[in-house]
Design a protein around this ligand. Sequence first.
Ligand SMILES: C[S@@+](CC[C@H](N)C(=O)[O-])C[C@H]1O[C@@H](n2cnc3c(N)ncnc32)[C@H](O)[C@@H]1O
Length: 282
Amino acid sequence: MSRTYQLEAGSQAATLNEAQLLDTQRAFDSVAADYDGPRGNNELIQRMRLTLWDTVRREIPAGSRLLDLGCGTGLDAVEFASRGYQVVASDWSPRMVERTHARAAAAGMQAQVSAVHVGVQQLDRLEGGFDGIYSNFGPLNCAPDMVEVAHQCARLLRPGGKLVFSVIGRICPWETGYYLFKGRFKRASIRATRGVTAVGMNRHTIWTQYYLPREFYRAFAPHFSLNGYRALSLFMPPPYLVDVYQRRRKFGEWLGRLDDRFGAWPLLRDMGDHFLIVMERR
Ligand SMILES: C[S@@+](CC[C@H](N)C(=O)[O-])C[C@H]1O[C@@H](n2cnc3c(N)ncnc32)[C@H](O)[C@@H]1O
């Protein structure tokens, strides 16, 4: 019998079972080989990535031990290793873990980056003593039980340690407008789904749950104080609309500056393609 995880999503409950976790694993395995290309690392993604890099470096001093949740191909892990951090890079997709391992080897960083096949639902397998934990571009949207993730993060982090997560948000005006314009009404409202929802990628399914920042923080509140959060790609289009950005690059850059300037403002910070949230272990 497959194990079922309970999820609290707003006032409703939803479930995410092992079959769905395996669907998600297969989806990411299927794209691992070319995930550094337009699908996983286009210009708009790179821009958001820089914001996470800057935030981690500001919040956690070089030389610290970091844990990457959902490391993908290891772009972040190798970047932080090159800046003097020690990184344990974890992912639920074995193909992604292989890519991270290969990237670290190619950069001569095997001593600084350890790539492990561990899902966010398996964090009890890891030893603690981390100074910071980060997660970039939504791995936590695939977590079956956020209360358990928060509990494990609290166990893995030393007091005063930081969490820096970029999470897919619920309110993305660009996405809603774009799909309404295309007449794809169901797709336009997908982020409003309560609980787990199926999102297609490469003819596979990723089982995803969307969050408002405050909704997300609720699971972490017993162990972590909230240092702040901001929108990522609110004025800028989301990454899959990179061609819109490339057609009007100057205008796009101006939108990017609006994100930098106003993305942390009240109300605005609750929107965007992703949000970046920083918490501190009490
Ligand atoms: C959108 S990619 C982001 C990858 C990477 N963080 C980056 O910035 O490029 C999401 C990643 O989350 C991983 N993932 C999905 N479900 C997961 C789970 N349950 N536990 C850990 N990682 C998961 C996927 O395999 C994939 O590598």
